[in-house]
Design a protein around this ligand. Sequence first.
Ligand SMILES: Nc1ncnc2c1ncn2[C@@H]1O[C@H](COP(=O)(O)OP(=O)(O)OP(=O)(O)O)[C@@H](O)[C@H]1O
Ligand SMILES: [Mg+2]
Length: 342
Amino acid sequence: MPLPDPASGPERPGDPRAAGHSLAGSGGFVRSGKVRDLFEVDGRLLLVASDRLSAFDVVLPTPIPDKGRVLTGLSRFWFERTADLIPNHLLETDPADLPAGFTDEAGLRELRGRMMLCRRATVLPVEVIVRGYLAGSGWKDYLRTGAVCGIKLPQGLLESGRLPEPVFTPSTKAEAGHDENIGFDAVVDLIGSELAERVRDVALQLYWRGAHVAEEAGILLADTKFELGVVPQDTGTPPSGEAQTRKDQLAQGELILIDEVLTPDSSRFWDASDYEPGRAQASFDKQFVRDWLETQAWDKTYPGPALPAEIVSGTRERYVAAFERITRASFERYLQEDVVAP
Ligand SMILES: Nc1ncnc2c1ncn2[C@@H]1O[C@H](COP(=O)(O)OP(=O)(O)OP(=O)(O)O)[C@@H](O)[C@H]1O
Ligand SMILES: [Mg+2]
C-alpha cells in the first residue's frame, strides 16, 4: 500500500499551513520541502529552514530547536567563502528587508537566522555530488563494479577510504524513491556538454574549498551535495525566431549556487580524530539520533517515532558544534545578533 508522502499534505510537522505555525498567515506560500518552506516574495524566493530533521529519509515528528538556524548560518558562511568561485542565490537575510505586511511580529522573530531571500533559479535536474572518501552509495557501487558513476577507481580501496583525488559523482533527482548515481555522459544528455563541464569543474573547486576549511576544524568532508541553478540572462532583446531548446536556455543563463551549502544535511562530516578507514564512520551530527532510532521498533517508514528530550538536546548540541567548529563563530552570538562572527 502506498504510504502518504511526507513531503506533501499540510499534516506534515512544521508545515506553515498548519494552524498555530508562526508563518501560517504569511503570503506567497509555494511549497514545503523536507526541511525548507518556500515562499514567493516580489519575484524572489524566500527559503525558510525549519527545525525538521529527516532520518532514513523520513521527517521525524520532533523538531530540533534552532537546527534551521544552524543550516542557514552555515550556508551564509559558505556563500561568502565561495563567492570568488561562483555567484550564488543569496540576496538578504534580515527579516526587516521583507515587504511590510509579509508576516506578523511572531513570524519575523521566527524568521530571524533561518531565512534567505534568494534569486529564483531554474534548478538543474541533477544532484551535484562530490566525494573525497568512499561511503554510502559510492562505496556500494565500488564494491559491485570497481567504479563510481563510471569513474574507474584503484583496486583495494577500503570502506571510508580517502580517494586518490575527489570525484564528481552526479545522481538523478528522483521525484519519488531514491536518487540513482549516473555517469558524466548522462549529465551531458540532460544539460549539454558545455554546462556539464562547467558544473563538474565548479563542484570540484567547491569541494576543495569546503574540505580545506573543514579539515582545519578537525572535520573531514567525506562527500557533499550541491544544488546549482540557472538564472535566465536578461539580454534586453526578444528571443530570435528560432525555437530555443531547453538545453540552450540553460547553457545561456547565469550558473549560480543555490539552496544550502556544505551543511550537515547536505554533507557527510566525520570527526577527523575518530577517522579509521576499513569501517563505516560515525556522522558528526546525525549519528547520535540514528543510533537511538536503531534501538526503536520502527520500520523506517512515515511517521517516525517522537524523540525523547535528551536525544533532542544531544542532537542540537552536535549541530551547534558543527557550526562553531567550521565557522569559528559563536552560535549564541548568531542567535543574539544574527551575524556569523566569533
Ligand atoms: N534559488 C533557488 N531557486 C529555485 N529553487 C531553489 C533555490 N534554492 C533552493 N531551491 C529549492 O528549494 C527546495 C528546498 O527545500 P528542501 O531543502 O526542504 O527540499 P528537499 O527536501 O531537499 O527536496 P524536495 O524539494 O525534493 O523536498 C529544494 O527543492 C531546492 O531545489
Ligand atoms: Mg534540501
